[in-house]
Design a protein around this ligand. Structure first.
Ligand SMILES: C[S@@+](CC[C@H](N)C(=O)[O-])C[C@H]1O[C@@H](n2cnc3c(N)ncnc32)[C@H](O)[C@@H]1O
Length: 379
């Protein structure tokens, strides 16, 4: 076994506080985003140094004198998920690979096992979508079976959305015969998903993959969009996002000079304003609670369009999810300025994330305040 990190395990025993430590951090990202991830992580964490990089998977060595706690919090909008990297198992035989992993002391304590394959393509390219795969499911079952026979009576879920703060044993299949393993605490919504990607029903017929993007965006942000709410989307054609909102029971105003798919345009709760965002009369947005934007233009154009709408006195939008296109990865450095623009418009709670179903773009959540999100959780 090529153990790349020193693993320390003091007092492994159910119900007791156990310190688990490793000296490497792993980060899962979109294939092609590695250079941007390295730049972002190294800019925000002076305790980390680059160690290993493959499309969709990057590791960093941690300075032992400045080690963050086991409950790691990585400052990165591009990291889909992350955790402590313990080591890797290499070989051609699946059972032998499982035996290498089984020595990891985290396994006895973990609440869940997450196994996934790194992305090899941009989401949406050639039909590829991130998330569950047959290989990952097969490997996961082998690992969980082996864990259960080594620790009889142990309950461990495979590739489920974990409970908040669960200790997760992670296995990223970097290659079919090269499995990197580690662990993390599921301290945020995305850290509860296997590989940082929500499970999506890819069999369902969707108008466009914008359906998946918005679905993930809503799950991640916990924006409490509910039946009966009035929503507007700028850049709504052909209609994947509107499809999801209509399914939720919302009323939807779609703003786009392009045609909507008839299956969307014909719905009673859908109104198409066939114009560009800035050409629409602001009073047409009266009563809109949630605003979405997915315009294939540069981010400042999207932000100008949205700012103009939400700053108007007749408009009272509570929250927004904006897709901003990164025509160049260097634009990641402008995200803090974009967030500041939204704060100045009165949206106090602003968060960025590159969603698993985003392409070369990021999602910005902007809510009037945290209460907007909390009120939804109570409901
Ligand atoms: C990525 S597509 C949107 C996909 C859509 N959200 C869906 O759910 O299928 C981008 C859309 O932005 C529209 N667009 C470009 N500039 C716009 C503007 N100024 N106002 C409104 N829509 C615009 C384009 O016509 C195009 O349909």
């Amino acid at each position: 076994m090529g153990l790349l990190a020193s693993v320390d395990c003091r007092g492994v025993c159910a119900g007791r506080i156990v310190e688990l430590s490793a000296d490497f951090v792993f980060v899962v990202c979109q294939a092609g985003a590695e250079a941007a991830v390295r730049e972002e992580v190294l800019r925000n964490h002076d305790e980390l140094r680059l160690a290993f990089s493959r499309p969709g998977f990057v590791t960093f060595k941690c300075d032992v004198d400045k080690k963050p706690p086991d409950r790691l919090v990585l400052k990165s909008m591009l990291a889909r998920t992350y955790g402590w990297s313990v080591g890797r198992a290499v070989g051609e035989d699946g059972d032998a690979l499982v035996r290498q992993i089984l020595d990891c002391p985290v396994l006895e304590r973990c609440d869940a096992v997450h196994v996934w394959e790194r992305d090899r393509k941009l989401p949406g390219a050639g039909g590829f979508e991130p998330g569950a795969s047959v290989l990952a499911a097969e490997v996961g079952e082998k690992i969980v079976d082996a864990v259960k026979s080594r620790f009889p009576g142990k309950e461990v879920g495979l590739n489920r959305v974990t409970k908040a703060d669960a200790l997760v044993f992670d296995v990223c299949l970097v290659e079919p015969g090269e499995w990197w393993f580690g662990f993390h605490t599921a301290s945020s919504m995305a850290l509860r998903w296997p590989g940082g990607c929500p499970r999506m029903d890819l069999e369902q017929e969707v108008v466009t993959r914008a359906y998946y993007k918005l679905k993930e965006g809503l799950l991640w942000s916990q924006l409490p969009v509910a039946a009966g709410d009035l929503c507007a989307e700028i850049g709504s054609a052909p209609g994947g996002a509107s499809q999801l909102l209509l399914e939720t029971g919302c009323e939807v105003i779609g703003v786009d000079p392009a045609e909507m798919e008839p299956v969307i345009a014909s719905q009673e709760k859908f109104k198409h304003i066939r114009r560009r965002g800035h050409e629409v009369k602001k009073r047409d947005f009266r009563g809109v609670k949630w605003l979405f934007a997915d315009i294939n233009m540069v981010p400042n154009y999207t932000l100008d369009t949205v700012s103009d709408i939400v700053a108007h006195e007749s408009v009272d939008v509570k929250g927004m999810l904006l897709t901003l296109k990164l025509t160049d990865w260097k634009m990641v450095q402008s995200v803090p300025q974009w967030m500041e623009r939204l704060r100045k418009l009165g949206f106090k709670y602003v968060r960025p994330r590159q969603l698993a179903f985003n392409r070369q773009e990021v999602c910005l959540l902007a809510a009037k305040d945290r209460f907007v999100i909390r009120s939804g959780k109570k409901r």
